[in-house]
Design a protein around this ligand. Structure first.
Ligand code: ADP
Length: 321
């Protein structure tokens, strides 16, 4: 193996830059040359590759986003698109590709490997943390801390005005962010897609707490809760028990910002692990960290297996009254 390429794909996640840096520096240390692919798979199709030296990745690990930019590429979903991508890798004599992304990006990587034999390694990077095979994904810890800081501020105003606030956090299919943020922020209720949301029961609990002297409350809801988004839940609570609330949707603020120490460390470990997997001639796989150890799993596990929530955390989410 002489040359590898690295790209970031799908939704960006804080820590991707730290991962790029680790990939580049590990590869260079091992005597490989490295190309950065701009704008994910779309850049690969358009031959938008640049050689990366150690200095090109200086002073980036503390920044959110990705210096390589990310994109969604419809063309890469087609065989013709992937053929162009494979031809461009061939042109540069690139023998291995490191893909930072989520399960969609890994599906694309898997297709590229199946059709063209490209050696690919996936690095789980999404703030949602919903990828099986790694205890945490790059960006999750930062997103949780960003949301936590915001909710602490909402708590101040909720308390000052004796209000019920409903705060929506990201998580279309998974409640990992909502659970950790909700517990960290001491939310009265946490509503997530994986558990049944019982609006009348939530109303009963809120009213009981108010009877016991509580004057304000915070509900954290994952955007993909089956009862709807924060506005819909606010309307349902009002219809059920007459309680009015204020809604705050945190949105994309959770995707940006300087990565936490944990995300920087995780990304650095996984960038290193991806290059090691390529040098070991490992079968196409995703690298992860499980129980503190680096693991490798087939890419397909990322979309065929579902990561479970921590039972204790779920139990705690039903509220400490
Ligand atoms: P994420 O990697 O964050 O899940 P997406 O689902 O948007 O993000 O996927 C990123 C890119 O990966 C897509 O724009 C597309 O180019 C590629 N991709 C996603 N799913 C597939 C698929 N089933 N087959 C081929 N390529 C795919």
């Amino acid at each position: 193996m002489k040359a590898i390429a690295v790209l970031t794909s799908g939704g960006d996640a804080p820590g991707m830059n730290a991962g790029i840096r680790a990939t580049v520096r590990t590869a260079l240390t091992c005597g490989l040359s490295v190309y950065g692919v701009k704008r994910g798979y779309q850049g690969l199709i358009e031959n938008d590759l640049v050689p990366l030296l150690s200095t090109d990745v200086s002073n980036i690990l503390q920044h959110g986003g990705t210096i390589l930019h990310s994109a969604r590429s419809e063309e890469f979903r087609t065989e013709e698109g992937r053929l162009k991508a494979a031809e461009n890798l061939e042109k540069h004599k690139i023998d291995g590709l490191v893909v930072f992304g989520g399960d969609g990006s890994f599906r694309g990587a898997n297709d590229l490997q199946r059709e063209h034999g490209t050696r690919v390694i996936g690095v789980p990077s999404t703030i949602d943390n919903d990828i099986w095979g790694s205890d945490f994904t790059i960006g999750f810890d930062t997103a949780v801390n960003t949301a936590l800081e915001a909710i602490d501020k909402v708590r101040d105003t909720a308390a000052a005005h004796d209000r019920l606030f409903i705060v929506e956090v990201m998580g279309r299919h998974a409640g990992f962010i909502a659970l950790e943020v909700g517990i960290g922020a001491g939310a009265e209720e946490i509503l997530i897609p994986e558990t049944v949301t019982d609006i009348p029961e939530i109303c009963r609990k809120l009213q009981r707490r108010y009877k016991n002297g509580r004057t304000s409350s915070i509900l954290v809801v994952a955007e993909g809760d089956e009862e709807g988004n924060a506005y819909e839940i606010a309307a349902k609570i009002e219809a059920c028990c007459g309680m009015k609330s204020r809604v705050t949707v945190l949105g994309h603020v959770q995707r940006g910002g300087s990565p936490t120490a944990s995300d920087r460390l995780l990304a650095t470990k996984l960038g290193y692990a991806a290059v090691m997997a390529l040098l070991d001639d490992a079968a196409p796989c995703m690298v992860g960290v499980e129980n503190g150890l680096i693991s490798r799993h087939p890419l397909a596990d990322a979309w065929t297996r579902k990561k479970g929530l921590d039972d204790l955390v779920v139990k705690l989410s039903s509220g400490l009254e």
